[in-house]
Design a protein around this ligand. Sequence first.
Ligand code: SF4
Length: 345
Amino acid sequence: MSRTNLKALSDEALVDLMAELGEPAFRARQLVHWMYERAAVSVEEITEFSKELRKKLSRRAYIGAIELSGRVSSEDGTEKFLYTLKDGLSVECVLIPDNDRMTLCVSSQVGCAMGCRFCKTGSMGFLRNLEAYEMVDQLLAVSGLMAPRQITNIVFMGMGEPLKNLEELSEALRKITGLIGMSPRRITVSTCGIAPEIHRLSQKAPGVNLAVSLNASSDRVRDSIMPVNRRYPLEELMQACRSFPLQKGRRITFEYVLLEGVNDSIADAHKLVGLLSGLSAKVNLIPFNPYEGAEFDPPSEETVLAFQDYLVEAGIKTFIRKSKGGDAMAACGQLWCREPARDKD
Ligand code: SF4
């Protein structure tokens, strides 16, 4: 009989499994505690269980874990980790240190179906959704490598569109906040603009931060670089953002990759001001980070600064984010990880 991965089982299924082994329900809770709070990677580590129970359980099941298959460090301190999943596919996550912060950029899918033209991940197509435990495992695995330093923040900005995998994402967030104990305020979910799911995210994972990969301020330009905009145009997307519940002092982050001659004019900035009017928002400007075969270029520094100045003068908090990890191919649009959205004013 093939053994079951305990992390892939729901709470109810774990209780059922324990009952089949003649054990009470609280053993399932102990198991969950060991898997997520103590990051056990084998049943043998669960010393709270008798030897006999560990043996019985090991015959039926095991604690699955993603397997580190590559690790690349960038000169700026960013590290990219490549993990192999149970079916042999690979997923990447990126650790971004920034003073007292250690932000982990987590993937939610293998590949991505959204096809944003400036994104390297988008060009590889979609392979499959990650299961909740595979998202949590990225945190557990990198935490284990970094100990005793702690990961302080998580951004779902890695491979994939998190809101296209909302059920598993919600379960992962439940475990990360409820079991591992990270505050939702330290977690950001980024979307390319799946408008109807933005509302569902706020219901399923209250308190997490929202980031929107905007990248254009008109439907004409956005249609041309982000196919999702033809399905959920700007008006619908901005309406969803306006309905997103924000706690006091919180803002929605709008990511804006600047592409030379495409979306970087003062007229684009002017439209962006109009789009964000009345919203509690901040903007991260990210000069495009080229990769081999990319069809865009970054604008000049002068253009980037002029764009920022226009937004700042209009009263919008605006930051220029240099893509981190460029030399490790762990930067923006190569995996789609941005420097953490931290106010530096
Ligand atoms: S930018 Fe994000 S949503 Fe768009 S293709 Fe890349 S990973 Fe997918």
